[in-house]
Design a protein around this ligand. Structure first.
Ligand code: GLC
Length: 585
């Protein structure tokens, strides 16, 4: 049985000695969104109040006290707008309407009110690179070459021949152009053909988007997470790009030539001026294709664009090159992992502000991918990863369910998947005569549906998520891994998460303190210090299922243990498997 020591007498209630009280006046650039812990909810899978197997806003309302009890301060909801759900809401047919499956605008207003009453802020998902093909703008646009909405999308007349290749991520044939007979032209879609790309070159379209953002801000929404936002700007001359160009000029990354077009930062500045700057809100870009070299252009304060972005370097680690999201059987290298997160810390050392995450709706479950989901290690390694996320200098984005240590479901059959990405990639590999078993095995680790399975509330049927048939299967381990069971266990992942959130909230050193990596080449242990105004913390994380130690050069014999995921702190520097410990030096 694992017990947790929590010797946080100095952290439990902010006292005179407490960092927060003492240091806050001396910290420049404080912002609520830097100090936030963002909790991401996948509405489709969170809680179904009406019994049709799909989560909904009333379900979220019924769980607001639970969310509040976590201590988090911001909720990010995946898209809740009207949508035919080709890509689970990332295909919006009305930006000002609520998806029927999820409820009504009255439900939304009640949900937002309930959040604000509890001091929780709400961040919505802005999906503005593309709409649904069922959006009225697209219906109009495709109806004739002279329709006023024609230029809301990208069209390539067939008289000019076939358009230069662009990839369509979710398409079986891999093409990002689709022929539309009505006007004898192709339209562009970087994702599925049900998600036509919007034309940001058109000032009318931009105004529609900014007005729509203000509509939600006027309702009281506290910010937006911006879906694939670097993709909104393209080279709309659509030059021919060969594989050689991609390899040589674009560093092998398809998103680097598809995205970040010439006017991207003009558009973001305009968005800031017309919408973001008018409200006290936060903005975070899904930074597809953004590198350490380009990140500042998005988030530096004097740029007047966005507040934060999240990069893909961390979550891309460990996959085999040339394969579709297939893990290297050797796993990932902790030394590389440390290098990436240390680099991204240093990127924002002087300017800008970072984010940190290990899971979301596009990633597998954190504990399966980065920890160890074998029954004996699941809880311990999950707590260790939670410790990492909440002790770094960056705003943590924590995916709902990770606080329970929920892990991948690992489907055996393609029929169990609901995600367009898995289903169409399977068809693509099948058409090419590829190895479907290899693909299905790889998906057990990397498929997006692994993180989208219903939230596990209790041990009743369907984990208490729904009284109907869940839209995606429930992980069979819900009988033991669920909120009800963890509420009553002081040592549960859930209660550990609450303690870590509290520790971060009450110690601004964990938010703003300088980060320094120790014992860089240690392949098993991640160790670092955080330092602020003369105070120093040491974080030590064993990423393996064996005892390990780190050469930190720091004497901890007199240090205070602030939190440990075992009952006893390490003796003689010997960490137990997946041990996580935070010392105050
Ligand atoms: C983003 C979303 C993902 C979606 C894609 C297309 O990456 O996070 O879920 O499928 O954009 O909108």
């Amino acid at each position: 049985m694992i017990a947790i020591t929590l010797l946080i007498s100095s952290c439990q209630s902010p006292t005179k000695d407490n960092n927060m009280k003492n240091d806050s006046a001396d910290i420049p650039g404080r912002k609520w969104w830097k100090e936030a812990v963002v909790y991401q909810i996948y509405p489709r899978s969170f809680k179904d109040a009406k019994g049709d197997g799909v989560g909904d806003l009333k379900g979220i309302i019924s769980k607001l006290d639970y969310i509040k009890s976590l201590g988090v301060s911001v909720i990010w909801l995946n898209p809740i707008f009207s949508s035919p759900n080709a890509d689970n809401g990332y295909d919006i047919s009305d930006y000002r309407g609520i998806m029927k499956d999820f409820g009504t605008m009255e439900d939304f207003d009640a949900m937002l009110k309930g959040m604000h009453e509890r001091g929780l802020k709400l961040v919505l998902d802005l999906v503005a690179n593309h709409s649904s093909d069922e959006h009225e703008w697209f219906r109009q646009s495709r109806s004739s070459g002279t329709n006023p909405y024609r230029d809301y999308y990208h069209w390539w007349p067939a008289e000019k021949g076939k358009p230069p290749f662009r990839p369509g991520s979710f398409e079986v044939d891999g093409s990002g152009w689709r022929f539309d007979a009505a006007t004898n032209a192709y339209y562009l879609h970087y994702f599925s053909f049900r998600q036509p790309d919007l034309n940001w070159e058109n000032p009318k379209l931009r105004k529609e988007i900014f007005d729509m953002m203000n509509f939600w801000f006027d309702k009281g929404v506290d910010g937006f997470r911006m879906d694939v936002i670097p993709f909104i700007a393209k080279d709309t001359t659509f030059p021919v790009i060969t594989q050689k160009d991609i390899d040589e000029k674009y560093n092998g990354g398809w998103d680097q030539y598809l995205a970040s077009g010439p006017h991207l930062h003009d558009y973001l500045k305009e968005m800031n001026k017309e919408a973001l700057s008018k409200h006290d809100v936060m903005s975070v870009a899904e930074g597809a294709g953004v590198t350490a070299a380009t990140a500042h252009n998005f988030v530096d304060e004097d740029r007047n664009e966005l507040n934060m972005l999240y990069h893909f370097e961390g979550v891309s680690l460990g996959y085999l090159p040339g394969k579709f999201k297939e893990m290297d059987p050797k796993g990932y290298s902790l030394v590389e992992f440390k290098k990436i997160y240390s680099k991204w810390d240093s990127v924002f050392e002087e300017k800008g502000w970072g984010t940190i995450y290990l899971g979301n709706h596009d990633q597998p479950r954190m504990v399966t991918r980065w920890g160890n989901d074998a029954p004996e290690w699941r809880a311990l390694s999950s707590k260790m990863l939670t410790t990492f996320l909440l002790t770094m200098r960056a705003t943590p984005y924590y995916f709902g369910g990770d606080e329970l240590g929920m892990n991948n479901i690992k489907f055996d059959k393609i029929d169990d998947y609901r995600d367009i990405e898995s289903i169409n990639m399977y068809k693509q590999i099948k058409n090419k005569g590829g190895d479907l078993n290899e693909f299905l095995n790889a998906q057990k680790i990397s498929a997006r549906d692994n993180s989208r399975t219903p939230f596990q509330w209790d041990s009743s049927a369907n984990a208490g998520f729904t009284t109907g048939t869940p839209w995606l299967k429930v992980n069979p381990n819900y009988k033991t891994v669920n909120v009800a069971a963890q509420e009553t266990d002081a040592n549960s992942c859930l209660n550990y998460f609450r303690k870590m959130v509290k520790l971060r909230k009450e110690n601004l050193i964990l938010v703003y303190g300088k980060y320094a990596l120790l014992d860089r080449e240690n392949p098993n242990v991640y160790a670092y210090t955080r330092e602020l105004n003369g105070k120093k913390l040491l974080v030590i994380l064993n990423f393996t299922n064996n005892p390990a130690s780190a050469n930190t050069g720091i004497d901890v014999s007199k240090a205070k243990v602030l939190i440990d995921n075992y009952a006893d702190a390490p003796v003689n520097g010997q960490l137990k498997p997946y041990e996580a410990v935070v010392y105050e030096l």
